[in-house]
Design a protein around this ligand. Structure first.
Ligand code: NAG
Ligand code: NAG
Ligand code: ZN
Length: 459
């Protein structure tokens, strides 16, 4: 009797042990981008994980809240103090993207306000025009807004398979929440540009807030992927000379678009938009100069449409290239060792340059020694145990979220209305949709979540 019981206890504890081992084995490897990219189950891709490098930078604003300079962040404060004298004193426009009560003279367009007039040539001296099209004929600047989305592996795999590179306009809050997904863009050879911290209408913000939105997005990408971006796209295209001056002072260029898939809206209209655009390309619309098309990495639907129409876009255009490639911008990041191909190199088959060892080691990867490298233009790299060294300070395993991991979703920022300034001319396209906030996934967003909760509970 007693032995039976003992047996039972031993048996059940053994079963538990074996089960927990099985569960451990089923847990995907999220120690670096190469391992992460192998995950194919969207639920696993979007599961919380613990990835510390975003803690390298002291502090970020709360994800999905309008960014302000973080208290005590002297580097950000000093940068703002250094540039604020160069920013025009134009007051912010409207309230949170609602421009219905804004008095603005569209015919004079003193601020070159894109949302009102589609203006892309600044009136303010010393600032380059926005890039809304590309000069190369029969070509399209191929790019995606609002990423990284957590479950983008199938879409990024598709682009690997097609040997296709694109420009990714990343939202800072998504980069912080999904660092390995953000790294994948760099690792795969796409171009990364910033797309603000909280996807707010920039012209409605104070200059200091607009600065923080862009500054912290650049810092987030730098902290997570190790590169300093030099381009950005304003959410909804909403920019004017005040915002351009801030962006320019931060060393970024503005990339807009001419044609819009409006894929975020969903429905049959999206197919019509794709087909119309492709029809225009086939009809010779871009035979003298190329264009830029707006698509989104928001979710399964938008990425699905991108893949669905990829073959016919490829058929309609002679060349589909990232914006940097179209402009022969061979050093799209401040880190000069990261190189991009020229347009000519790209179209002759060199769609990317190998990442330098410094970039690979930042991602926790080690380059394969040159002697064993294949002739393939893509990077060959292997996961290295060095990635775990960065976890030392937190003591947490990179693949195990804390038991107190946040489960509540932060409140979504209000979606700005599409209302435009009074007596507007029709702008070239309607605003793009911000992607929905996700629960925090890193130490920083966990702390932000905790602080937010304490505040909500009245502490
Ligand atoms: C990412 O895509 C998945 C799949 O469509 C979706 O469920 C999720 O909400 C998306 N994430 C964001 C932040 O929109
Ligand atoms: C890119 O370089 C090619 C080859 O030198 C040249 O023909 C083309 O005009 C350049 N494009 C731009 C935008 O500078
Ligand atoms: Zn957007």
């Amino acid at each position: 009797m007693l032995t039976n019981r003992l047996n039972l206890v031993v048996l059940s504890s053994l079963t538990t042990h074996v089960l927990s081992l099985a569960v451990k084995r089923a847990e995907p490897d999220r120690s670096n981008v190469v391992e992460f990219a192998k995950i194919t189950d969207p639920t696993q891709e979007c599961a919380p994980y613990w990835y510390p490098p975003s803690d390298n930078y002291p502090q970020f604003p709360t994800t999905w809240g309008v960014a302000n300079i973080v208290a005590g962040d002297t580097a950000a404060q000093n940068k703002w103090n250094e540039i604020k004298g160069k920013i025009p004193n134009t007051p912010p426009k409207g309230v949170n993207g609602d421009f219905s009560n804004v008095q603005y003279d569209n015919s004079k367009d003193p601020d070159c306000w894109w949302t009102a007039t589609g203006c892309v040539t600044p009136k303010l001296a010393g600032i380059a025009p926005d890039v809304a099209r590309i000069p190369e004929p029969l070509s399209v600047g191929y790019g995606f807004d609002d990423g990284p989305n957590c479950s983008h592996n199938a879409f990024y795999d598709y682009m690997v398979q097609k040997n296709q590179k694109a420009t990714m306009f990343f939202i800072g809050s998504n980069v912080i929440n999904w660092p390995l997904q953000a790294q994948r863009a760099l690792y795969d050879g796409h171009e990364i540009c910033a797309h603000s911290w909280s996807h707010s209408s920039m012209t409605s913000l104070s200059s200091e807030q607009a600065f923080a939105e862009i500054y912290y997005t650049v810092q987030a990408i730098k902290s997570v992927a190790g590169v300093t971006v030099t381009c950005w796209r304003p959410p909804y295209g909403d920019t004017d000379d005040r915002i351009r001056a801030i962006v320019n002072a931060l060393g970024l260029s503005t990339v807009l678009w001419q044609y819009d898939s409006d894929d975020w809206k969903g429905g049959a209209q999206v197919d019509t938009n794709y087909k119309t655009f492709i029809g225009q390309a086939k009809g010779g619309e871009f035979s003298k100069q190329g264009t830029i098309y707006l698509q989104h990495e928001i979710d399964e639907f938008t990425m699905g449409k991108a893949m669905e129409y990829y073959p016919s876009m490829k058929d309609a255009f002679k060349y589909m290239v990232p914006v940097a490639v179209a402009l022969n911008k061979t050093h799209p990041y401040a880190e000069a060792e990261v190189e991009f191909p020229t347009f000519d190199e790209y179209i002759s088959g060199t769609v990317r340059k190998p990442l330098p060892d410094s970039a690979l080691s930042y991602l926790g990867l080690t380059a394969t020694p040159p002697s064993s490298a294949s002739s393939s233009p893509s990077n060959s790299a292997t996961g290295a145990s060095t990635s775990t060294s960065t976890t030392a300070s937190s003591g947490a395993s990179p693949s195990s979220p804390p038991s107190s991991s946040p489960v509540s979703t932060p409140t979504a920022p209000a979606t700005p209305t599409s209302t435009r300034a009074a007596t507007n001319t029709v702008p070239p396209s309607t605003p793009t949709q911000p992607s929905k906030p996700k629960p925090g996934k890193t130490m920083q967003s966990f702390i932000n979540w905790l602080i937010g909760g304490l505040k909500r509970w009245g502490f």
